[in-house]
Design a protein around this ligand. Sequence first.
Ligand code: GLA
Length: 552
Amino acid sequence: MTTARVPRMGSRAVLISIVVFTAMLSHQAAVAQSAVRLIPVPPPPMGWSSWNSFSNTVDSRIVMDQARAMISSGLHKAGYEYVNIDEGWWLGKRDAQGNIEVDPKAWPALAPGERAGDMANIVRFIHGLGLKAGIYTDAGESGCSMYPDLGPKYFHAGSEGHYEQDFLQFAKWGFDYVKVDWCGGDKENLDPAVQYAEIARAIARAAAITGHRLYFSLCEWGKQSPWTWAPNVGGSPADIWRTSGDIVAPIVAGNIHANRKASFAKMLSNFDQGIHPEAEHTGYYNDPDMMVVGMPGLEDEQNRVHMALWAMSGAPLIVGADLTKLTPATLATLTNPAVLAADQDSAGLQSVKVAEPAEGLQVWSKALAEPGRRAVLLLNRTASPQQISVRWSDLGLSEASATVTDAWTGKQLHTSGTSYSAGVPAGDAVMLLVAGTDAPMTAYTPSGTEETSGNNGAVLDHHPVRFTGVRSHSHMARVRITYSNPGLAPRYAELRINGQAATRIAFPPTGNGNGAGAIWIQATLDETSANNVLTFSAVCEPGPVIQSISIQ
Ligand code: GLA
């Protein structure tokens, strides 16, 4: 055995070393996770959409039946609230002033004093049940009804050239949510980042006029990486953005309910394409498409896997099945409280694949708001039953003991040591809730801002706030940002890491005057570098006061 020779240092050298080391640590310290109050961010939306089950045949009667079923089935009680009208409500007709005209027979008066052909009627009906209403258009001049699933082609059913007018109209009708598709934009070869930014501005203007902001669902199918620009478009960014094509195959002909098939393989690939954890934070979500849970083509276990994947992903939970025909098993899958809570968790983070010990055997982890908590999915994508293990260290937990619960049944599972292992049937998944102790984090305060910020952090104005010398154990790091926002509305900042493309972060009000709060994001850092640089710039002033970041 050889012993490395340690050079002897004189006392002066030791002193210098201590000073340098202390200086290095002056903006870096180990911290406990529970020290700062976590500020909840808006959860992903939950609701129903007409598209999967009714295609372009949607009308007032269908929407009323579905809205009633959302109540009577118990879905609303479980948290589902949006009733979204998709393609087919409008056939491309406008009056001389450019106002959208709808078929009065499909959208009749529903109460005394109402006018047939006024979409405000169906909104009043939906609101009357205590639910929220969604509408649909296209960013191009024509929409997807120029490629109909059923019946004749309809052109001009897009909003291009009428953005301000249409989004104001949707808000005036009382809608709460708008999905903006890309069939026309795609056909015309438009730039989605440009078109959707204009739409975002139209939505912001409509909100300023009506006092009613439309939740913005951007549907460009992931073609031009919307996770890199969607949360940044215009003054009123997209809340959710599609990351892939449709799970359901188009209807070829005939009876829509019999022919609309869901595919388990396509559902899995949509899950994979929807994973962009660096973009999903502070209330903005990747959207892997409305769900096919309960539709022809999937068995009950497959529905559970699908639901678990969407919950892990923090995906919007928009049911595509016919709500009047859900089986008890499907309803139980859609309403399991622990699975829904993982999706809706107030930290708003997406799951990350933390291990794949053999091809097709995957461990996914979603960090939850409560310290030391993780939702974990053991996913077996192979054709035979397999044993899959999760180690606490893969979850960013310490070696301390942890409890493990089956998310679906609430049953506490026996565990000892620093991992848990379960047998997972072929093509199936086990969803767990793990409660342990977070591994220590390292905190950093802004560099070079001491004179202006003291110990209270740096106000984000036209000077960016920068954190330098940041280290991470992993490529995908969890970053807690401690800040204050004494205002009543969220403040925004752009974060650029190592000079890469920026992501937009919302900082909700922290309340309590200048009391600090924290939000979580996940960031791609260089784990081999001792000098990752994170730079926050204001999107508009005033910005938040950014105090520190902690890396796990
Ligand atoms: C696109 C969207 C679907 C649906 C249809 C309507 O394919 O991705 O979700 O809105 O258009 O035609």
